[in-house]
Design a binder for this molecule. Sequence first.
Ligand SMILES: [Mg+2]
Length: 192
Amino acid sequence: MKFGFDVDDTLINLREHAFHIYNKKLNSNVPLENFESLKSLEIHEAFGLSAQRGGEMWNSLLDEIYYTNCRPFPHSVETLKRLVDLGHEVFYITARESKHQDATKKWLIENGFPVKDSHFFCGMKDIEKLKIITELQLDYYFDDKPAVLENMLDLPIKIYAKDNSYNKQIELPRITCWSELQEIIEQDKKDN
Ligand SMILES: [Mg+2]
């Protein structure tokens, strides 16, 4: 089967990584609970920053946020490797700008993710994601972003929300931990 994955905050814990970087740069000590209860994808509110200032901060720190020691979510690397070992195809579909394509791919490989050049799509805006996952005829697709998932409610593909505080309103099946994926696949086999 063909499995597609968004990267940031689906496979890797990027927002939390950025949260710790913001705390350090702003010399602040915002507790993790404030971050965990955010209802927005953007994290600036936890620091009392305006959207504009938050956007500037995100962009100025982007390389540090993307290419340092962000943690993959638990079991994400092992789960994707196992899919490949079982003969499935794993696709990455990220909205990171195209200029980040090579460095992002390199970072993923260095962190243990199984990445094939032909299975990595960078610079995919929300609506382009919809197009590419349809063209690739994926069986499963996983993402965390409400604006992306909202476009996919009626697709004949198994779409899952990677559970987070800012996407609870999306009425789709969800995955909380990557250790659940094998079970989800087994269950779907039984249901069909
Ligand atoms: Mg994401």
